[in-house]
Design a protein around this ligand. Structure first.
Ligand SMILES: Cc1ncc(COP(=O)(O)O)c(C=O)c1O
Length: 272
């Protein structure tokens, strides 16, 4: 059976999507430099889905030497890297991260979405893919759903051409930056021992709980206080693997809700 590799931790839905397409899905670990390309080589896969600019959900940026290794792997196996640029529009550290697609346009299909910039309900996105893939992708799209709604696409095109899409992005960058700052400040004030990583882009960060802390117990105790948290284990191929981490989303919360939420659960996060 043909294999596709996914980052671990990562979005678990992708496994079901791959399996429905008749592919065998294999997890490849992510460390502090991004996806482990040496481990990928050993999987026998010829395709991989990666989030190099801001790994979902760890927030790690793929290191330059790993980028080179990934492209070299794709060339070696005559394969494909699918680069998911899901939140690239929202970077806060000002250091632009080059795309893999720019490095190796013939080996990388880059996918983007308006789910983060406008709304997930629109169900619109795009693929920038090598010319050898265009016809096959267009065919799959046609037989999958006969195409995305034309009127919605035209409305999006008008928004982009008028310059309002860019204006919206500029505005939302400042809104999300304020929410991100509120999360950083609230944690520093209420749970200063908790390290927060993965903040370079997007709308989520990762909180490192003290070793030995039960992720699920923290999530459940927070829920009892009406604060919704996600544990990292829900993104792992093997949920039993530690260390304990929380994935903290701040995209759809007001600054005051973030501050109140962190204050309400600070004792659950802090060390003994
Ligand atoms: C890693 C990642 N990629 C892509 C998306 C967007 O997916 P879609 O365009 O299907 O809404 C999300 C949304 O949560 C995501 O987390």
């Amino acid at each position: 059976m043909r294999r596709i590799a996914f980052e671990d931790p990562g979005d678990r839905d992708t496994y079901a999507i791959a399996e429905r397409a008749g592919l065998e899905a294999v997890p490849v670990p992510v460390d502090e430099h991004g996806v482990d390309v040496a481990a990928l080589v050993g999987t026998g896969a010829r395709a991989v889905l990666v989030t190099p600019a801001h790994q979902a959900p760890t927030g790690v940026v793929l290191a330059p030497e790993r980028r080179q290794a990934l492209v070299a792997w794709a060339t070696e196996v005559d394969g494909l890297v699918i680069e998911d640029e899901y939140d690239n529009e929202f970077r806060y550290d000002r250091q632009p991260v080059g795309s893999l697609e720019g490095l190796a346009p013939n080996r990388v299909a880059s996918i983007g979405t308006v789910s983060k910039t406008l709304a997930p309900a629109l169900r619109l996105g795009w693929i920038v893919c090598p010319s050898w893939l265009v016809e096959a992708v267009a065919h799959e799209k046609r037989i999958a759903d006969r195409g995305s709604p034309g009127l919605d696409q035209l409305a999006l095109a008008t928004l982009i051409e008028s310059g309002r899409y860019d204006r919206h992005l500029r505005h939302m960058r400042t809104v999300y930056a304020a929410r991100r700052a509120a999360l950083v400040e609230a944690l520093a004030a209420h749970a200063p021992d908790i390290a927060l990583t993965g903040l370079a882009a997007g709308f989520h960060a990762v909180a490192h709980l003290p070793d030995g802390r039960e992720e699920r117990a923290v999530v459940s105790a927070a829920r009892d206080r009406s604060v919704g948290l996600y544990g990292m284990s829900r993104y792992r191929a093997d949920a039993a693997i530690h260390p304990p981490r929380l994935v903290l989303g701040f995209g759809n919360l007001s600054v005051s809700a973030i501050t109140r939420g962190v204050a309400a659960i600070a004792d659950l996060l802090a060390g003994e």
